[in-house]
Design a protein around this ligand. Structure first.
Ligand SMILES: Nc1ncnc2c1ncn2[C@@H]1O[C@H](COP(=O)(O)OP(=O)(O)OP(=O)(O)O)[C@@H](O)[C@H]1O
Ligand SMILES: [Mg+2]
Length: 177
């Protein structure tokens, strides 16, 4: 849900390219989650405000809780949260936290999440890179689109194929016991 929420931020910022990177580092017991986009970015002043959960109470403008909630979850998991953004270039949210922690929510059904994103945003290029230990799974919708030619990427048959491919790919990067 956090990943979907952060990706929605990217899409609302007009991104045409969004990269989701997940690294389950069994070597040192850490989890890396990064969401990067080429959206409109944020100014330094905006950046300062987005992580302030009290900002909402002081203004009539609606400021969401997506980023503060994600930052708080990362902190509970004894992690670090970093956000870098350049106006007109894009934004990168990076989190490093304990791979196994009571407060860390499960990654959830990433295949369904991605298919939902692709179905609703066929014009956006998504990159999904998921590492687990030494293994890696990579999905690039741009490459799929090139093969499809005139068939839209959000055609039900294509979406079904993509979902199965992701599930297969994630299964093959072998969850450890
Ligand atoms: N990737 C991004 N690119 C550009 N601006 C962003 C990005 N992510 C967040 N922002 C800015 O930060 C604000 C706060 O984001 P946050 O996710 O905390 O709340 P929200 O998206 O406004 O509301 P909610 O997530 O609760 O629906 C956004 O309204 C937007 O202005
Ligand atoms: Mg949001």
């Amino acid at each position: 849900m956090y990943i979907l929420d952060l990706t929605q931020n990217s899409l609302r910022a007009g991104a045409t390219w969004v990269k989701i990177f997940i690294d389950e580092r069994e070597q040192d017991g850490l989890l890396v989650v990064e969401i990067e986009d080429n959206g409109k970015g944020m100014s330094g002043a905006e950046l300062e405000r987005v992580l302030d959960p009290f900002y909402t109470t002081r203004t009539t403008r609606r400021i969401g809780l997506g980023l503060p909630l994600f930052a708080a979850m990362v902190k509970r998991c004894t992690g670090e949260f970093k956000i870098t953004s350049t106006p007109d270039k894009g934004t990168k949210i990076a989190a490093l936290m304990a791979l196994k922690h009571w407060d860390k929510p499960p990654l959830g059904d990433m295949a369904s999440s991605l298919v939902t994103l692709i179905a609703g945003n066929p014009g956006v290029d998504f990159v999904y890179q998921h590492r687990r230990g030494a293994n890696e799974y990579l999905l690039e919708t741009k490459k799929i689109k090139a093969v499809l030619e005139d068939v839209p990427i959000n055609h039900p048959t294509v979406l079904d194929y993509i979902k199965k491919e992701i599930e297969k790919g994630l299964f093959q990067i072998e969850p450890w016991k």
